[in-house]
Design a protein around this ligand. Sequence first.
Ligand code: SAM
Length: 276
Amino acid sequence: MAALDGLPTLRDVITRHGLDARKALGQNFLLDLNLTQKVARTAGNLEGATVFEVGPGPGGLTRAILALGARKVIAVERDPRCLPALAEIADHYPGRLEVIEGDALKTDFESLVPDDGPVKIIANLPYNVGTQLLVNWLLPNRWPPFWQSLTLMFQKEVGQRITAVEGDNHYGRLGVLCGWRTEAQRAFDVPPEAFTPPPKVTSSVVHLVPRAAPIACDPQKLEKVTQAAFGQRRKMLRQSVKSLGGEALLNRAGIDPARRAETLSVEEFCRLAAEI
Ligand code: SAM
């Protein structure tokens, strides 16, 4: 049976194009178009938006984004086997899907930004490169960034680290970076059996919007303090940040040296970063 957008079912696409999933490319495909629509809808209204997608694969999420009215999708896919399947979608939506064959980690997304309209990033990310891509998008040359929102599928555990705040078990370097520059929410979880093939763990869709005016802070210094503090997360800060100035540094920042990394707010980490 054909899918609602008039294109063949994703199972049919995968069979016809021989897209057996490759583990090395983090290929766990979403074949349920209701679910891909739910992911795309998490990004809010797509009318008039340009969407950057990483790893469209056979195109399930791409189709949902286009069906929901995105003006254009620019998708970066590393696996050349997927290109003929994506060309069928491009034919179905003339002028609205551009596919770039390549490695998203080496792609200069900022150079692809159109002259007008918002850019949203939506992706069911390959697990091996997802966190690095997120960090790259959080540390562009200028802020506010070129994107209006990030709607991304991660392993649930990574989603928990992205959205963690002080006091949470999952709070760490990633939570501080995300909390500093964005408001991040875990939108919903997706069980392994929703994917083909199923991964070992549950996944989560995370939605991040940039803070208009994050606390002024040098990202490299912030990285240094969080690396030291969370590198020895069970120790008191006077010990864990010893190499950066220890007790004297903490006193300058007005932070009790007997505290531990996981109790510090983003604002306190920024204060520490300003003192090194
Ligand atoms: N979007 C599809 C879906 O939701 O069914 C596929 C998602 S699958 C988890 C990840 C996709 O990313 C695969 O199509 C894989 O080939 C692609 N990929 C893996 N590494 C990549 C990279 N470095 N750059 C671009 N695409 C990559």
